[in-house]
Design a protein around this ligand. Sequence first.
Ligand code: MG
Length: 356
Amino acid sequence: MQLLTIGAFARLSRLSPKALRLYDELGLLRPARVDGASGYRFYSPDQLERARLVAWLRRVGMPLAKIAEVCDLPAPAAAGAVSDFLTLLEADLSERKGLALSLIAYLSGSETAMPAPHLTIRYAAASDIGRERDRNQDSAYAGPRLLAVADGLGPGGDAASESVIEALRPLESAESPGDLLNALSDAVSAATSSLRSRSESDPEFAGSGSTLTAMLWSGAQLALVHIGDTRAYLLRDGGLFQITHDHSVVQSLIDAGRLTPEEAVSHPQRSLLLRALGAGDDGRPDVSLHDAVAGDRYLLCSDGLTSVVPVAVIRETLNEPESAPGEVVQRLIELANAAGGPDNIACVVADVTGAA
Ligand code: MG
């Protein structure tokens, strides 16, 4: 078969020669032949289909590591992977849209111009010691405006997670917080300062800290604050989406392509955190603003659930028809304990409902 030069192949595949060289280095698209003397790359016409797929997936905005995975899948599975990616893009866009809309309203001085939909939440929270620990360092809280889980670490981990949630509770009764994100961020800063000052004055507390995943509602929007490896998930139209990103060593290895999510589950350092409140140097939480949509269900949970109960089982449990938040919380805790309950377990489930 007649091989094509890199220039000819680039024109036909709509990829630049520079991109082709990069994809070769990454193992995404290897040339059919490389001339030993000149180093010139040659491609087979048979490779055009893969090259075009790569080009299209790049235009969709898929990261290269993900493209490499998708290209090796049979067509129906690849279609599924692209569809999953689209769902992620849509969730990301709707998050940015929420932030952009609130910024537009703020900048044009018309915060009250848009009528807020009358949404409320039904909620439940619980934490459980599990089967192997002698102390429960997880805390969970749910109220009409605030949802939170915290997983304490260090010698005073139980007090740390409780005090973080305690610092957020005034948000529940505060007058309508005009700026949800700032209200939540300020409360988190207050929690951090109190953890730090206690660590300085009490040697037995030194090195203690806590993760935090919390949501504050306004009826139309919700602000999310997150640090550590507690998580928030959104169940929408039957699909389950993790909307927080773990600040853990294993997650950073997954992001760098050095570990697969399957390998991460049994990784010996899976509980090592890169960020937490009060412990270490980096206490910056991630913050984001989301639109509240009637019918959505949120799950906030600690790693005592996600490290032993597969995501597919969590999704199935959240999807149970007619299941009230309280039943789901109990069921998830039972599942974690049935899987050995090696760690404390904290769960919060909240349903967004229409007009109250
Ligand atoms: Mg834990």
